[in-house]
Design a protein around this ligand. Structure first.
Ligand code: F6P
Length: 561
């Protein structure tokens, strides 16, 4: 446990380990993955590992054992292990907001002490879990009734960002475990089309609304919550006493929940030491608990906890989140790859890339170091993705033959939950074939021989040959899990959380604030007032003024062209 702040470190690019990696990279840049595999027959065995029910193959990256050793030296030099321990020990590692980062406490077993400011918070965490258990069981069993006596049939989660993406992603990922008679909906967008379309589908007498917002001040969520409340009251004869059976709230801001008019008994609290994008394990997961039941929700937490234990105890060289983080840094800062593609080969994980986008990009999309200096190296890559095999028929062309090299994280599940074995072998075959194709490519000789075998003339071959070459040498990781269950999903999300934290430490930035989202919010307030006012004022640049004027002309004449 560290009771005093760790000494500040020199800039990343001046550290000895970084310079050694830079040196090593001048050589590594000339390697081809094909040759690395050819020269080391045990590459797969030595560059793969298992932890918390997940298997990681990182052998298809452009690195060798020396690279890994140098990367681990860098992790040591950047004090990754000490900073990890500081996070678990409840130190205020979110320096700009002066907050601890203790989402790991949310998935710790009962009675495992987690100390914050001298107090054990495990009791508070489990008190809320008990509340979630009792409430979710009432809704699932039909004991919780709407104002007219009907059982709940529909649950609408109203939240955005971390108060939406986790539950929404888990809703599709854990579809197989869902209660058969309950329907779930997610309203997030400030765009009225979102809430409007959802309310059109539900019956106010049998719908439960969960207002999920850490701050309870987020404009998008509060607008959606108020519009929903008004809609509900229109159907409930304006009787506010009926709200209690239909509205619950999850937040760290109890005062605001009360102001909204939600019965204090229907409040599920969490704390400022849980970041929004790390909050799926908190009461924000209430809709997940209702959907899959509390036992399965506990398994989801246990899966994440197993990854926490691995992260805390495994040596650097065989620590899955640390390795993933280091490989990502190698790709970003030495090989110069600016984006990361996440390809889940499981339809139910299709929302995972959006979840990981917030996790990684809101955490590490920063260019000012903890000491306030501008960093002189790239940080978080752009994360994007789509489920396989849809991705292959849309933009994999660019990943195979485009001018940019884009590393890929493949995620596959070995046992499907359907009974269509041929689909599953085809899916896995496509997943493995893609990583092989990215790695090997197809060289001129291979293209030539193939065309010749097909009887194509030499003249035609020389015309088309360049178009059919694949350079290969494109890196990827492959993560495998036996089955997609609450446990493995929990472990997978915790893996990426810790990878994100470690990369933040390596880059010397604070992964736990998000000031970058503030400016747009601030400007939108003024522009909204200008849009709503009758008089037209010109306070901005000519583009913004022009757009406001055009919108006003349309809004105030109420015509749709
Ligand atoms: O605007 C960004 C953000 O603050 C995210 O970090 C957060 O997950 C989201 O908005 C929602 O915030 P809240 O849960 O406070 O409504």
């Amino acid at each position: 446990m560290h009771s005093s702040p760790l000494p500040s470190l020199p800039s990343l690019t001046t550290s000895a380990a970084f310079l050694a990696l830079q040196d090593h990279c001048t050589e590594a840049k000339n390697w081809h993955l094909r040759d690395l595999f050819a020269s080391a027959p045990t590459r797969f065995e030595t560059m793969s590992m298992q932890a918390a029910g997940l298997f990681l193959d990182y052998s298809k990256n452009r690195l060798n054992q020396k690279t890994l050793q140098l990367l681990c030296n860098l992790a040591r030099e950047r004090q990754v292990e000490a900073k990890r321990d500081a996070m678990f020990a409840g130190e205020k590692i979110n320096l700009t907001e002066h907050r601890a980062v203790l989402h790991t406490a949310l998935r710790a077993p009962r009675n495992q002490a987690f100390v914050l400011d001298g107090q054990d918070i495990n009791h508070d965490v489990h008190a809320v879990l008990d509340q979630i258990k009792a409430f979710s069981e009432k809704v699932r069993s039909g004991a919780w009734r709407g104002y007219s006596g009907k059982a709940i049939t529909d649950i609408v989660n109203i939240g955005i960002g971390g108060s939406d993406l986790g539950p929404k992603m888990a809703h599709s990922a854990l579809r197989e475990f869902a209660h058969p008679n309950l329907n779930f909906h997610f309203v997030s967008n400030i765009d009225g089309h979102d809430v409007d379309a959802t309310l059109a589908k539900v019956d106010p007498e049998s719908t439960l609304f969960i207002i999920a917002s850490k701050t309870f001040t987020t404009q998008d969520t509060m607008l959606n919550a108020h519009s929903t409340r008004n809609w509900f009251l229109r159907h409930a004869d304006g009787d506010t006493s009926k709200l209690a059976q239909h509205f619950v709230a999850i937040s760290s801001n109890q005062a605001e929940i009360q102001r909204f008019g939600i019965d204090p008994k229907n409040m599920f609290v969490f704390w400022d030491w849980v970041g929004g994008r790390y909050s799926v394990w908190s009461a924000i997961g209430l809709s997940i608990a209702i959907m899959i039941g509390f036992e399965a929700f506990s398994a989801f937490l246990a899966g994440a906890h197993a990854m926490d234990v691995h992260f805390q105890t495994a040596p650097l060289e065989s620590n899955m989140p640390i390795l993933l983080a280091l490989i990502g840094l190698w790709n970003r800062n030495f090989l110069g790859y600016a984006s990361l593609f996440v390809a889940p080969y499981h339809q139910d994980l299709r929302r995972l890339p959006a979840y990981l986008q917030q996790l990684e990009m809101e955490s590490n999309g920063k260019s000012v170091a903890n000491d306030g200096r501008q960093v002189n190296y790239p940080t978080c890559p752009i994360l994007w993705g789509e489920a396989g095999s849809n991705n292959q028929h849309a933009y994999f062309q660019l990943l195979h033959q485009g001018g940019d090299i884009i590393p890929v994280d493949f995620i596959a599940v070995l046992k499907p939950s359907h009974h269509l074995p041929q689909h599953h072998t085809a899916l896995l075959a496509n997943c493995f074939a893609q990583s092989e194709a990215f790695m090997r490519g197809k060289n001129a000789q291979e293209v030539h021989d193939e065309l010749q075998q097909q009887g194509v003339s030499e003249q035609e071959i020389s015309k088309f040959l360049p178009h059919k070459i694949f350079a290969g040498n494109r890196p990827s990781n492959t993560l495998l899990m036996d089955a997609l269950t609450p446990i493995t999903l929990g472990a997978l999300l915790a893996l990426y959380e810790h990878k994100t934290m470690v990369q933040g430490v390596l880059w010397g930035i604070n992964s736990f604030d998000q000031y970058g989202v503030e400016l747009g919010k601030q400007l939108a307030k003024n522009i909204q007032m200008e849009l709503e006012a009758q008089a037209h004022t010109e306070r901005h640049d000519s583009s913004t003024n022009g757009l406001i004027a055009r919108a006003k002309a349309s809004l105030h004449t109420n015509t749709i062209k």
